[in-house]
Design a protein around this ligand. Sequence first.
Ligand SMILES: [Zn+2]
Length: 418
Amino acid sequence: MDICAKRGFEVIEKLAFERVSGSPEEKKAAEMLYEMAAETGVQVEIEPFEVEDGIVHNASLEILEPYQQSYEVTGYIRSASTPEEGLVADFVYIENALAVNLVDVKGKIVLINGRCSKAIYEKLMKAEVAAIVTGSGSMLDKDESSDLGINKLRPILTDESGFAVAVNTRIRDAVDMVRRGASKAKIVVKSECITKTSHNVYATVPGTDKADEIIAFGAHYDSVFFSAGVYDNAAGSAVLMELLRHYSKNPARRTLRFMWYGSEEQGLLGSKHFVAAHPELVEKTQIMINVDVGAPVMGHEVVIVTGEKSASDYIDGLMKENGLAVEVKQDIYSSDCIPFADKGIAAFNFMRPGAPGASFIHDRNDQLFFLSPEGLNGTLQTAALFTEHVANSFMLPVAKTVPTEITEKVDKYLFKKK
Ligand SMILES: [Zn+2]
């Protein structure tokens, strides 16, 4: 096959800048992918879609008792606003928000231990807290590299429970508040909800004799704040570009749809948009191939099959037959495979997780320095081998269906109520 990890690695290098959902940089990355895909001569589209976002005009947190100190905070995107003069209330550290922690928190500013999950958010809103404080980063962060995390109250939280006043601080500052027994605080947040535009990029190589059978490829190209997002997921974007470059010159029997998704990091928004907006294409989609995280120098190849055990066994055998060292598992994966699996379409997730301590995700350390073309090659080869077997085979060699036990996990992931 005409695929080349060195050439693919150039895609990663070009995309090595912060590309947050709905930002001008994310749009620039979409346009770059569009240009690269269009160079192959196939039909390429760029599709905009709306994402719920917000602007935080200002946010501050001051401890008033038993000592006085201001700490740097970021307001959650889509946080409720406080009155202009701020909100003064008792301050309490409530650990993991267990029932006992929540007995006496009504009207108080609460500091929680870690991320504000949907389950914790619901509990805090029910308990009628006045405001939520979270901490992020590490106690070991150096001053010059201590990014103050920017979080968002996603619609999945606010749709059911409403909007809270929420701010985030550095974890070392949160620890300082707990250590010094902060008991009263003032929070000011001025925030507004706005809609932003994110983009998906699609390139289609029509099939030569089974054009109605679509193999869908996905990789998200957005990143999170402070991250160049090369491992996660310019690498997957590059794998798709190399496959497109090959199949644009060597069309397969089945139709291949290459899709680079925006806003995955905000809750799989790009792939959810595609699935919702194009039922006629989803209808024809046989299976989905997703690539998310790749190219670390030291790592190992993994395929997670969000489908039948028989499909997982097939890939395991195929890789062994070809001498490729790949760990194959049957499970769900927190990525763009989910909206497809939710439609009953089996998804195959190709990835190369980095060795512990040798790769970094979702922060400023997701850098080119930790990646290599050789690292990218593993995932490129495994994805290409499988693609060739599903794109050009007489019959599809893997089951297209998603078994009940996987569907149940998908439902849980999507917070579907029974
Ligand atoms: Zn990712």
